[in-house]
Every structure is written in C-alpha cells, then in structure tokens.
Design a protein around this ligand. Structure first.
Ligand code: LLP
Length: 453
C-alpha cells in the first residue's frame, strides 16, 4: 500500500482505498458524486490539534462550517470537542450530534432574534414540539448556549433585550477586529479593518466594561487558511493587555479562532504544521493561563477534516480541444466550490491507475510525457465550473473514477443544487466500516417544496 495521505493509499494493483476499503465499491454502492471521509483521519487530526494546544489546555470548539454532517460532529464530540456554530441551523446540528449546549459557541455577524432565542431557551428551538425526533431528543430544557461571540454593539443590545425577556442570563465574548493581515485570499481574510467582522479593540473593551455580568473576554479570527503563526502572535500581542485590564474574579476567556492551514498539494508552499501553531501560540498565553487568569478556546475546522475527505467523481466525457483536454465529470462548482470561488488547488487523480502512475504524495512524480494537460470540469453552465485547470493527468475514459483529495473541509458544506443537481451522498468510515451518513438528494426532493409536498 502506498499512502497519498494518512488513511488514503493505493494498493499494489493501483486501487485507491480509504482505511483499506476500495473506493470503487463505495462509488458502486452509493453512486457519484460521493464524499468519503476517514473517521480515523479525523480522529488523528483532532488528537494532533488537541495535543498541540494542550500546554494551555485550550478547549477545541470544532467549526461546523467546515463540515457539518451530524455524524462527523458526533464523532468529534465523542473525542471531547465542543462546537463553534454560526447559525441557528448549525446550532441545532451540533446539539443533535450530542454536543452539550454549554460547549457550544454561537458566532456569526447576523444572528436573528429567532436564532438568539433558540440559543437561550430550547423551547424556542425550531425542533421544539416535533414528534418525529429520535426518542429522548427534546430541545426543551437543554439549557443555554455556553458563549455568544458578539460581533457588534447592536447585537449585544439585542441579546441583552431577549435574555431579559426570557429571564435567562448569558455569557459572551466580544469579537475584536485587530486589523491584522492573515495573508490569505481576499475573500477569506476577516481580521482587517475593512472587513465586516468584529469591532475595534477600544470598542470591545468599552462593551466589556459596561456589561461585566455577561462579557467574559474576547474573540478573534483572522482568516482562513493561514500558513504561519505570525498573524496569530500579532493579534494576541494586541489582545493580551486588554485581557489583563478585564478585572474579573474568574479567568477571562480568549478565543483565538481557527484558520490553521493544511497542505493541498500543488505549487503552494506547505503551511506550518499544527504543532508549530500550537507551540508559538501557547508560548504567548502560558503565563496568564498558569496564573489562573485565562481560559483559551480555539475553533479550527479545516485542519481537522480537510485531509480526511475525498470527493469521488465519475468521468462522463473526454473532449479534446486542441492544446488541452477537457475531462467532463459529474462534479463541479456545485459539488466543490473552492476552485471556482478562490482558485483553490485540490490534488486530483484517477482512483485506478496503471503501473508507474501511483501517486505517493499530493505532488506525484510521474514522467510528464505519460500525462496530458487537462481541465477537470463539471456539468454546470458556467465557465467557472471546474475542479482543476491545466493539470497534467493520466489518460482517463468515460466511466473512470477520479478522486479529488483534501475535500473534507468546505466541500459538502458549500455544495449547492445549482442547475438542479442533487447534493452528493456522504460516507464516513467509522471503526473501519463504511456508513452512509447522508443519502443523496433526488430530483424529487429538490422539487417537493415548490409542490408544497
Ligand atoms: N472561526 C471563525 C469565526 C471562522 O469564520 C472560521 C472560518 C473558522 C473559525 C474556521 O476556520 P478553519 O479552521 O476551518 O480554517 N470557505 C473557505 C473558508 C472560509 C472560512 C470561513 N470561516 C474555504 O473553502 O477555504
């Protein structure tokens, strides 16, 4: 077996396997496009993150936006993760996955009154009173969310008013916009002054001073993916003096966000390993933590699930267009949006290869004369509908399976039904056995709401 990534290997006769299971069998059983994730890879990645931040005993709140399938969240919950959610929908998912409300942080710039109410009082949950929930699952009485991450003075006013109305207390951190450049894609940079996120530090301090009963500390998230620890250090240096000025009897909370980069292959420089992020961030925070003055939260998503998932897609047509070849697949921007939206690179390779074509990493060394420059494209009627462009690839034919690697984060969670394509099915290998964790949508399930069915 030759690993491309931990838990994803090619057999000697060229078959791609996830945890030793041939992905062709999964594609046959469930069809394509199909997301396949390795539970063992998720577990290993989570353990690495938790260990890296153990010197400050950081609590890991998994960012559901990376991959919000209930079964994946439940797996992480069993490992001890809390959750970072950014909508009422994600909050219900985290809770259904078994994460206690007190271990959930509710973030997001646009929380509605209904979402805030459900986070404070389970009887306001959209699931309350439903007879079709699994037995024993009742949102009433589930308590209130552990922390809100507050993004504006107006949001704090709204939460104060709703909490008073419902007669429940709440706790929160204020998201600070530290004006630090995370050196990532413009669309995913969040900690610059011109970004919509958070409030300036002076305003965050004023809000904390005026609301000593509810504001426990500060939150910062700089962007995603971030390749090196320096932006975190810069932001922490700006925030720590403000933490010291919070004169609380309990330890203050500092949530340093997520955004730790992972390797996707290609020409890009490899990001620092999570151990380096952990060491450098912990060094900055250890004194306050050891003095009992600080409690640290991190909220990573990508570095836990990205490399644990592949997208399997079937070649429909191969079209030669002079200088290049179009490989038309049954996946595209509707299945995996990252290449179209950010120009993101995902290593892609046939799931069955001949001798000498087995990749041994995300940067395979195969003789270029055996490869053809190809665009991997989808069925959607847009020229931005691609999974990869200008890529040297082995020859493929209609019916062949292609694996798009590192698709476990922001793949299924950003998938759409554009052009009325059904969202993919999803398989998780858990305890060595494949489980269908989301069935494929159908043409009927897309139309039903319009027929009021
Ligand atoms: N916390 C906050 C407040 C965030 O906004 C995000 C990501 C995270 C945590 C988790 O970041 P992670 O550890 O997963 O990098 N769709 C883009 C990424 C956008 C991320 C948005 N926020 C992509 O596909 O790369």
């Amino acid at each position: 077996m030759t690993p491309v990534l931990p838990h994803f290997s090619y057999t000697a006769d060229g078959h791609l396997c996830c945890e030793g299971i041939d992905v062709h069998g999964l594609a046959q059983a469930h069809g394509t496009p199909l997301y396949v994730s390795s539970g063992a890879a998720i577990q290993d990645a989570y353990t690495r993150v938790a260990r890296a931040f153990n010197p400050v005993r950081a609590h890991v709140h998994y960012a559901l936006k990376a991959s919000s399938n209930i079964h994946i969240v439940a797996l992480l919950g069993r490992l001890g993760a809390g959750a970072d959610v950014v909508s009422g929908g994600e909050l219900e998912r985290a809770w259904l996955a078994g994460i206690p409300l007190r271990d959930i942080t509710f973030a997001g710039v646009g929380k509605t009154a209904a979402e805030i109410s459900a986070a404070l009082d389970g009887s306001r949950s959209p699931l309350a009173g439903r007879a079709d929930l699994p037995s024993g699952v009742r949102p009433e009485g589930r308590g209130r969310v552990g922390l809100f991450n507050i993004e504006s003075a107006g949001e704090l006013d709204r939460i104060n008013a709703i909490a008073a109305d419902l007669r429940v207390p709440f706790e929160a951190t204020i998201r600070v916009n530290p004006d630090v450049d995370a050196h990532t894609h413009a669309y995913t940079t969040t900690g610059r002054r011109e970004n919509k996120f958070g409030v300036p530090l002076s305003q965050a301090e004023a809000l904390a001073r005026d609301n000593p009963g509810s504001i426990r500390g500060f939150h910062v998230h700089l962007g995603s993916p971030i390749a090196s620890p320096e932006p975190f250090e810069e932001a922490i240096d700006k925030l720590l003096p403000a933490i010291d000025r919070l004169s609380h009897s309990e330890p203050a909370v500092l949530n340093v966000g997520g955004g730790f980069g992972v390797d996707y292959g290609g020409q890009a420089a490899q990001p620092a390993p999570i151990e380096v992020f952990g060491q450098r961030i912990c060094e900055r925070l250890a004194d306050q933590v050891n003095a009992g003055a600080l409690r640290v939260i991190i909220e990573p998503g990508r570095c836990i699930v990205a490399q644990a998932g592949v997208l399997l897609t079937t070649v429909q047509y191969v079209k030669d267009a002079g200088a290049k070849r179009f490989v038309v697949c049954d996946s595209g921007m509707h299945t995996l949006l990252r290449p179209a939206l950010y120009g993101a690179y995902h290593f892609a390779w046939p799931a069955l290869v001949g001798p000498g074509m087995t990749p041994t990493s995300l940067r395979p060394e195969v003789a270029p004369e055996r490869l053809t420059i190809s665009d991997l494209v989808g069925p959607v009627c847009e020229s931005s509908d691609f999974l990869a462009t200008g890529r040297p690839l082995p020859d493929v034919s209609p019916g062949d399976l292609i694996a798009v690697f590192c698709a476990g984060a922001y793949g299924q969670s950003m998938a759409s039904t554009y052009n009325d394509h059904a969202k993919p099915a999803e398989v998780l290998i858990i305890d060595g056995r494949p489980q269908l964790i989301r069935r494929r949508d159908t043409a009927f399930s897309l139309i039903a709401p319009e027929l009021h069915l």
